[in-house]
Design a protein. Structure first.
Length: 180
């Protein structure tokens, strides 16, 4: 299995140039027009794919259009392209998946990529939370991967079950630290 890192945008600039062999960059659509930060470039040694969509998880379509008339959400086609890009990854490869904060879009996409490479939804979610303990994977993106892989919502269900478990463990650890 390839090495995986999940990060926010500012950390990704360095990681994509100094560590990663492959980068999946998930950016807000507005970012490409207003960018003042340098975006890493693809080189023969470092392959980068960029995808532009907002971090919108679950609003009904009518409410979404009303509240966010210019909103762009992830599409099945974008996720298929990500899976095509990551399909040939080998054990020597280093994959970086990042979004703005490294919490929602990136963790959901990383989960889908791990399932693509043979991990069960439970194994993928455990790995995601071991890499990013404060992950909050985008439910809409997870549901698209569920459809792509024919998982009958098991990815969404498993990830959110694991998230509640991690939250409970973190809360217990905080209480132990606070009182002792």
């Amino acid at each position: 299995m390839f090495e995986l890192k999940i990060s926010n945008f500012s950390r990704a600039i360095q990681l994509s140039q100094q560590w990663a062999t492959h980068t999946v960059s998930l950016l807000d659509p507005d970012f490409k027009e207003n960018s003042i930060l340098p975006l890493p470039e693809t080189t023969p040694e470092r392959q980068i794919r960029r995808y532009y969509f907002h971090d919108i998880s679950k609003l009904p379509t009518s409410a979404l259009k009303e509240r966010f008339p210019n909103a762009q959400i992830a599409t099945i086609e974008q996720l298929k392209d990500i899976l095509e890009f990551t399909a040939p990854l080998q054990s020597t490869d280093k994959l970086l998946v990042h979004c703005h904060a490294g919490i929602s879009r990136s963790t959901a996409v990383a989960c889908g990529i791990l399932c693509q490479h043979g991990l069960t939804p439970q194994e993928a979610s455990k790995l995601i939370f071991s890499i990013r303990p404060h992950a909050f994977p985008n439910q809409y993106i997870l549901s698209l991967f569920d459809k792509l892989f024919g998982l009958d919502d098991s990815l969404v269900t498993t990830v959110f079950h694991e998230m509640r478990k991690v939250d409970h463990e973190n809360m217990q650890q905080s209480l132990v630290t606070e009182f002792f």
